[in-house]
Design a protein around this ligand. Structure first.
Ligand SMILES: C[S@@+](CC[C@H](N)C(=O)[O-])C[C@H]1O[C@@H](n2cnc3c(N)ncnc32)[C@H](O)[C@@H]1O
Length: 372
């Protein structure tokens, strides 16, 4: 992934789509006296019905899309997560898995295939995604990889009415939630707004030297997670930092970035509906919101440590023995998932539990809860 100031030009069709969404955002801006909080802009850019980045038709995740995620890099990632889910399900004497924001559906397929191999299938595998286009793709992926397990999979339109016993998992879901951007003025947070400027969008100016962001929806979202869990673990994987690191003085422009065709840049006000907009996760805020919602903080560590604790080495050896010709490819996948310079330390895993007090195996070594 390259940080860039030059981007490929979208097709005429893509630009027309973007213009349609831009018109709708301009209407919202006009209706709100000339500007909207960035949070609302991001909500519309990503999730405006029929037009937003995640709800309209483009490919998004994977080689032909805009960015790649851990489950797309290697099945070993999902198998490790499956091992952690297996421990939860076994301890509870069975149960369900709910996956949030399931992307292409590959993680669901690989988790189910691995749980079948180790004799620990969940009764149901629920998927909750905000994107109708991705739901269709998820169905196709599961149909291709694990057709015989499709009967256990069901898509939800909202969180389950009856709280589940088992595991709720989400990879890179938190970073796709709209954030408020703020600039410090006399040590007070001034929430940043977006206005129109000719045919484009522009930030409403605020004078200050420190800009960052936060996710205002976290408390309500974690409360809804806690309400959806009767017993078990919520496992969230994402890139981000603890509060001290997130808001350190040198990080004075925040963490907001955009992905377009495997390029990374920092202007969320262009290519509306065509590019991903994302902010790093403040894991301290996630932990605090979870605790306030009645969950127990059961673990926090780097992706590298979580994968190592969850059996990565044994899974790697098994994959190698099954397909020795894949040695280079598999080693490369492990490096990408685990090396500190790749995803290993930038990505973290947090576990929040309810009615579940056993130590989670994914956090036995290298637990960093004390840093939150
Ligand atoms: C960056 S993608 C990650 C997809 C996938 N988990 C992966 O790792 O490839 C973010 C996904 O989260 C979904 N999403 C965002 N907010 C959500 C929410 N509140 N509930 C469920 N899904 C959500 C989006 O629709 C999108 O599918």
């Amino acid at each position: 992934m390259r940080f860039t100031d030059t981007l490929p030009t979208p097709s005429a069709e893509a630009l027309a789509h973007s213009e349609q969404l831009a018109r709708r955002i301009r209407t919202a801006i006009t209706a709100n006296a000339g500007s909207i909080p960035f949070r609302d802009f991001m909500q519309m850019a990503l999730y405006e019905p029929g037009l937003g980045y995640y709800v309209a038709g483009s490919h998004k995740i994977g080689k032909e899309g805009d960015f790649i995620t851990a489950p797309e890099i290697s099945p070993l990632f999902s198998q490790c997560l499956a091992n952690q889910c297996a421990q939860v399900l076994t301890t509870l004497g069975g149960g369900d898995i709910l996956e949030l924001g399931a992307g292409s559906g590959l993680m669901a397929a690989d988790i189910l295939a691995h749980l079948e191999n180790i004799g620990c299938l969940p009764t149901h595998y629920w998927i909750l995604d905000l994107s109708p286009e991705l739901r269709e793709r998820q169905h196709q992926t599961l149909q291709k990889h694990v057709p015989h397990l499709l009967e256990r999979v069901a898509w939800l339109d909202r969180l389950p009415d009856t709280p589940i016993r088992g595991a709720i998992v989400g990879n890179e879901v938190l970073d796709a939630m709209p954030v408020d951007v703020f600039t410090l003025v006399n040590n007070e947070r001034v929430i940043r707004h977006v206005a129109t400027a000719d045919d484009n969008f522009a930030w409403v100016n605020v004078d200050g030297f420190y800009t960052s962001e936060f996710n205002p929806a976290l408390p309500a979202w974690l409360q809804s997670m806690a309400d959806s869990l009767a017993a078990g673990a919520l496992l969230l994987i994402d890139y981000g930092y603890e509060e001290n690191d997130y808001y350190r003085p040198e990080r004075s422009s925040g963490t907001l970035i955009c992905h377009y065709q495997h390029r990374v840049h920092d202007n969320p006000l262009i290519y509306v509906g065509l590019q991903d907009i994302t902010a790093s996760v403040d894991f301290t805020a996630v932990a605090n919101a979870g605790l306030d919602a009645g969950l127990m903080l059961a673990g926090y560590t780097t992706q590298a440590a979580f994968l190592a604790n969850s059996g990565l080495e044994a899974l790697f050896i098994a994959a190698l023995q099954a397909r020795p010709e894949n040695q280079y490819k598999l080693a490369q996948q492990v490096r990408t998932l685990s090396l500190p310079s790749e995803m290993g330390e930038r990505f973290k895993v947090i576990a929040l539990c309810k009615g579940f007090t056993s130590e989670l195996q994914g956090f036995t070594l290298g637990d960093q809860r004390h840093r939150l």
